[in-house]
Design a protein around this ligand. Structure first.
Ligand code: ADP
Length: 162
């Protein structure tokens, strides 16, 4: 049976933590749709197209991965894609409350869709795109956190917006 799952998120930008999760999901499920949320209320640094392009490049060597974007509720997008499972990541206890609320809200909205949580390798468990952007704006070396091309794109973008 083809088990198609959705991994939704902002991916602003994609990090090694996200990639670690994508690989773990790919190991278990036959098709992983990584779905970039439009969510303009989060004021992402990168456009949807830029985030999609970076994800495509970061996963080019992986099989069974589709990169897409969506607007609106993730459960509606999952239904449209005929997927019954949403993948989310848990880094630390601090992620738990928000993720728990979101998973239960989504279950209330559509009881047929399950959320499954995956944990990254420990070394990525403190990595967040938000902190990464702060570190990048201060000129930090990001080579342990993101692929080289993401680091270059991020630093270029920050120079342009500052
Ligand atoms: P969102 O705005 O939806 O939280 P993110 O791109 O920040 O978008 O995160 C998408 C998903 O990936 C979330 O479930 C988040 O917990 C998970 N995630 C983000 N960074 C990491 C990481 N370093 N390790 C594991 N999971 C992560």
């Amino acid at each position: 049976m083809c088990q198609r799952v959705i991994y939704p998120g902002s991916f602003d930008p994609v990090t090694y933590g996200h990639i670690d999760l994508i690989k773990r999901a790919q190991d278990i499920f036959s098709e992983v749709i990584v779905a970039v949320a439009h969510n303009p209320q989060k004021k992402p640094l990168f456009s949807v197209k830029e985030r999609v392009d970076m994800l495509k490049r970061a996963t080019v060597d992986l099989k069974g991965i589709i990169i897409d974007d969506f607007d609106g509720l993730v459960i509606d997008y999952a239904r449209k894609q005929k997927a019954r499972i949403i993948i989310r990541g848990l880094r630390m206890i601090s992620d738990f409350e928000y993720e728990f609320q979101m998973a239960l809200t989504n279950r209330k909205l559509n009881p047929h869709i399950e959320t499954i949580f995956l944990m990254p390798q420990e070394s990525y468990s403190y990595l967040s795109a938000k902190l990464l952007k702060e570190a990048a704006s201060l000129g930090a070396d990001l080579s342990s956190f993101v692929p080289d091309f993401v680091e270059k794109t991020l630093k270029r973008k920050l120079r342009r917006v500052s």
